[in-house]
Design a protein around this ligand. Structure first.
Ligand code: AHR
Length: 615
């Protein structure tokens, strides 16, 4: 096998920002993840209307009398529910995963908004099954209206199973109960969990795409105050996520759980700056995606979102004297955040409807901020008519950059190394905003690495690329594989993480053209366990069957159960006989796929999904 390199020839220039990360609040990546808050459901806003498994007391237990109240006595109009705790009663929070995680010797800021008719004492304790974890602290609530109270707890032991309890002597109303570690990434208040932020920072990402994904373009596009109860899943709207945390409305997100927005746009920009990454926010284009496929015809709503997008640019870049620059300055960052790229839309399945609205956003942004690159997208697939139509529209309108997404087998990644060799050099640039092969095994990382050499060779076309998703809490998984995994006390990078790190920490300046001749020899065992994974939402799919190339059923399941989302992984033993992949376990004896390339155990499977009628 011969590789010929020509060091004098100049290939594509590779930008330092080429490889970045895509953060989406999926798999509890924010609350219970990167956002360092230790109390779950701190403002009692979890609701059965959002998720059948939730109540306003989810993750709380009560000893004595307590009820959650949604009335005119609320803390504010975006934090509607509070807890009314009877005299002599105690309420206890169970945190995330196995509980509240504290480390010996570290300080934790406890805060609560409280209201009492007559002066009342609150006692704050932190315990696990083995006893106390910090000295109890007392807070005196003065008679009168809502006020914020704070005490500091210092952990005397390390535990991942802690329980935070608040006991009251007299009747009191409580809201926004928080326990926040002082030791956050870069010591920021309302900041990020250190080990996770450090793992992301260690990648040295060139950019940070946020906050989604399907999180951005699903649900209602209306404002919180306008959305009816069934519309409580609302598209990510940046203005909901800034300012004091008790004024950030909890949202029921697309991934089936509630997000507090404690990690919001200010924190994203701050984090991007802290890790030296270019911020790349994505706003909804008023067409829903991810299986929802609804385009709004409400022109006033569209114009409001366009204005919000212009305001976002002012929030990021405007002087501290401008309306939204002042908001940023008041939050603690008078200097601009240097926004240069902005995504409009995420995987819309209606290319014409999306593009008509995208063009309105683009025109308004370019008129006011001609230096901002407005990123379009190619829809959900890497192939097919939506993708082709979206690309045609983007190309004809000469957009700056098109966001592509694809998830596929490692085999596909190996076979498509040349994907961008034939892309039009004069057309829009590519932002590969989401990609991953199906798995976190070494072979997946290796296939991705091989593919990335193709991205790099085409760095004149592919300007940005990010693996997806970034984070997954092992106890709350909606999507797998993921780059970094964690629970409430530990985090670990996958093989794919290590591969991304290798590339991001060693970005070249220029491609050195090379050619290869010969065929590498194939050796090693070609039998063993193989896996497959796939996903869907029960809103759109039911009775899923996975079949081999010959049509025989390998896996089937009726996913009409309670879980609103599922991930299914099937495994079997495989070997190659007479040039064919054969399943050798007892369950079935189906010949699956002709062994085209015997050096790989992977095979192409088809997922057949029957659409539920009426959905
Ligand atoms: O990365 C997970 C999801 O994949 C994103 O939310 C969406 O954009 C894509 O379908």
């Amino acid at each position: 096998y011969t590789i010929t390199v020509d060091p004098t020839a100049k290939g594509a220039r590779i930008d330092d920002t080429m490889y970045g990360v895509f953060f989406e609040d999926i798999n509890r990546a924010a609350d219970g993840g990167l956002y360092a808050e230790l109390v779950q459901n701190r403002s009692f806003e979890y609701s059965t209307a959002d998720n059948r498994a939730y109540t306003p007391l989810t993750s709380w237990t009560v000893d004595g009398s307590a009820r959650t109240v949604n009335d005119g006595g609320r803390l504010n109009d975006r934090n509607r529910v509070h807890l009314s705790l009877g005299a002599g009663s105690t309420v206890t929070n169970t945190g995330y995963n196995t509980g509240v995680r504290v480390e010996k010797g570290k300080k934790y800021d406890f805060s609560v908004w409280a209201r009492a008719e007559s002066g009342t004492n609150l006692t704050v304790t932190l315990k696990d099954a083995d006893g106390t974890l910090a000295k109890a602290r007392r807070v005196t609530v003065a008679a009168g209206g809502w006020a914020k109270y704070r005490v500091v707890l210092k952990a005397t032991r390390t535990s991942s199973d802690g329980r935070l309890a608040v006991a009251t002597s007299g009747a009191a109303a409580l809201d926004e109960v928080s326990l926040f570690p002082r030791d956050t990434y870069k010591g920021r208040r309302n900041g990020l969990r250190k080990d996770l932020a450090q793992k992301i920072a260690a990648l040295k990402p060139g950019f940070l795409r946020f906050p989604g994904g399907c999180l951005v373009n699903t649900g209602s596009m209306k404002d919180y105050s306008e959305a009816s109860n069934w519309e409580r899943t609302r598209a990510y709207q940046w203005k909901d996520t800034i300012g004091p945390v008790e004024r950030r409305a909890t949202n029921a997100n697309f991934w089936g759980y509630n997000q507090s927005y404690g990690l919001g746009y200010y924190e994203y920009f701050q984090f991007a700056e802290d890790i030296g990454a270019m911020p790349l926010p994505v706003v909804p284009a008023l067409v829903t995606g991810c299986g929802q496929n609804k385009a709004t015809d409400d022109e006033a709503l569209l114009q409001r979102h366009i204005q919000d997008t212009l305001d976002l640019i002012e929030f990021a870049n405007g002087p501290a004297t401008s309306e939204w620059g002042r908001v940023r300055a008041r939050m603690g960052h008078p200097k601009p955040f240097h926004l240069t790229h902005l995504g409009v839309g995420n995987e819309e399945n209606l290319p014409h409807e999306f593009f008509a609205r995208f063009q309105k956003f683009r025109a308004a942004i370019e008129a006011k901020y001609p230096d901002i690159k407005v990123v379009s997208n190619s829809g959900p697939d890497d192939a097919g008519s939506t993708f082709d139509t979206a690309w045609k529209l983007n190309r004809e309108a000469n957009v700056d950059m098109v966001d592509e997404h694809y998830y596929n087998s490692p085999q596909w990644f190996l076979q498509n190394n040349d994907r961008y060799d034939s892309y039009d050099r004069k057309g829009p640039k590519v932002f590969l905003g989401e990609y991953a092969s199906w798995g976190n095994a070494f072979k997946n990382a290796l296939a991705e690495a091989a593919f990335m050499t193709g991205l790099e060779r085409n760095a004149d076309v592919v300007e940005l690329a990010s693996y997806a998703p970034l984070l997954a809490n092992e106890d709350y998984v909606q999507w797998s594989p993921d780059m970094i995994w964690f629970n409430n006390h530990a985090s670990w990078g996958s093989a794919n993480y290590q591969m991304q790190k290798l590339f991001m920490n060693n970005v070249g300046d220029r491609v050195v053209p090379s050619t290869a001749t010969g065929t590498p020899a194939v050796s090693g065992p070609i039998s063993g366990a193989v896996g497959l994974s796939t996903w869907a939402t029960t809103a759109a799919y039911d009775d899923v069957k996975v079949t081999g190339a010959d049509g025989a059923t390998l896996l089937s399941d009726d996913f009409s159960g309670d879980a609103s989302r599922w991930t299914h992984t099937g495994r079997g033993s495989w070997s190659v006989q007479d040039g064919q992949y054969v399943q050798t376990d007892a369950a079935a004896e189906n010949t699956m796929v002709s062994a085209g390339d015997p050096s790989w155990h992977d095979y192409d499977l088809k997922v057949k999904a029957t659409k539920k009628s009426g959905k």
